[in-house]
Design a protein around this ligand. Structure first.
Ligand SMILES: Cc1cc2nc3c(=O)[nH]c(=O)nc-3n(C[C@H](O)[C@H](O)[C@H](O)COP(=O)(O)O)c2cc1C
Length: 355
């Protein structure tokens, strides 16, 4: 199993599924266009090593096929997705075992949960370089502008980490961020999202909401963040369950949040409730431009940390199939056993009711 994003890229390269591009490319429209053409052919992950206006290389299409999503989960073949689903189904509805074999199965899964607990890294690689206050300049990152009608450059594959101001339980989600200035971005999220709930709670308490955005993390952490989990279930634990061992976390420099210790970049900042910016239009995952939203929350970033020679990981939405569709196909296969058992129960209880 790959240790972090770099390790994963190396694995993909060894298997002939990563192509390096040393020709100068423009993050304004060009990278997304090249990547999209490759994605449509089921092509390899791409690493653009020479990006106009930025010293950092750009990785894209990393999970551009279901096969590579499976590799990200440490699997060799897509058929193993259902096996993981069956394991998670036991956790979703553990019942007292009736046979020894069932007790052994439950015991194994519970042991997996113990192993999945996140660890702590006190000298994290994501903090090899620390930039604060005036040193923060988001325009130096190779952010993509994907479509001609997009309002501005966006971060598309950042894990946004926030904490419930009351319970202190963290939430991790993938939300699109749009560049506003060298140290601010707007975030586009649905009202049902975990972080949206956290912002509402912070507003009720008259507090700012602290945020961290981790970019360039192991694929399985992205998959855990993209899984819609109940609010009291930790995405970190799920990442550990997907990967078979707990992921190492690091405490942020300026906010009270934890991030994957091996992230390539981490952006740390705050949202003041009520402070908004004009966001959009941007090409959405259905292939249309989402409209202008003048009420998107504005994030002020006061600190950027990164690894030495960091790699910027990105993706893009649009008319399917795109990379997010590959993740959705894999997640669907994992969660079908869980949905299946729930539907069966619903069906049997409804049949009883009809009788
Ligand atoms: C590539 C990608 C981009 C996404 N962009 C957004 C977005 O811009 N806004 C949003 O609300 N959800 C977006 N999502 C979906 C959420 O990240 C996902 O539903 C996640 O489970 C939400 O977590 P939460 O419910 O804990 O907040 C995206 C997912 C992926 C994989």
């Amino acid at each position: 199993m790959a240790k972090d994003l770099r390790d994963f890229l190396q694995l993909a390269e060894q298997r002939g599924k990563l192509r390096r591009i040393s020709t100068l490319v423009d993050p304004n429209l060009e990278i997304a266009e090249i990547a999209n053409r490759m994605l449509q052919q089921g092509g390899p992950a791409l690493l653009f090593e020479n990006v106009k206006g930025s010293p950092y290389p750009v990785a894209v299409n990393v999970m551009g096929t279901v096969e590579r999503v499976c590799w990200g989960l440490g699997m060799e073949h897509p058929s193993e997705l259902e096996d993981l689903g069956k394991k998670l189904a036991i956790l979703y509805q553990p019942r007292p075992p009736k046979k020894i074999s069932q007790a052994i199965e439950l015991g194994k899964v519970l042991f997996d949960v113990v192993k999945a607990k996140p660890g702590r890294d006190f000298l994290p690689s994501c903090q090899q370089v620390v930039l604060k206050d005036e040193q923060v300049d988001l325009t130096k990152l190779p952010l993509l502008r994907v479509y001609p009608g997009d309002a501005d450059k966006v971060i598309t594959l950042g894990l946004m980490i926030t904490k419930d101001p009351e319970t202190k339980i963290p939430n991790i989600g993938v939300y699109r961020l749009q560049l506003q200035s060298k140290n601010t971005m707007t975030v586009q999220w649905l009202s049902v999202r975990g972080a949206t709930r956290h912002l509402r709670k912070a507003a009720e308490r008259g507090q700012k909401l602290e945020v961290a955005v981790a970019i360039g993390v192991h694929p399985l952490v992205i998959l855990a963040a993209a899984t819609p989990l109940p609010i009291d279930l930790s995405e970190w634990l799920f990442a550990g369950l997907y990967g078979g061992s707990g992921i190492p976390l690091a405490k942020c420099k300026t906010v009270d949040l934890e991030v994957p210790a091996d992230s390539e970049f981490v952006l740390e900042g705050t949202i003041t409730p009520g402070e908004t910016g004009i966001d959009g239009p941007a090409g959405d995952h259905m292939g249309y431009y989402g409209g202008v939203n003048e009420k998107a929350p504005l994030i002020h970033f006061d600190c950027i940390t990164h690894r030495k020679n960091p790699i910027y990981l990105t993706t893009f939405s649009g008319r399917p199939p795109k990379e997010d569709a590959m993740m959705a196909i894999a997640l669907n296969r994992i969660y079908t056993p869980i949905c299946g058992s729930k539907c069966l129960r619903l069906l049997t209880s409804s049949c009883r009711w009809r009788r």
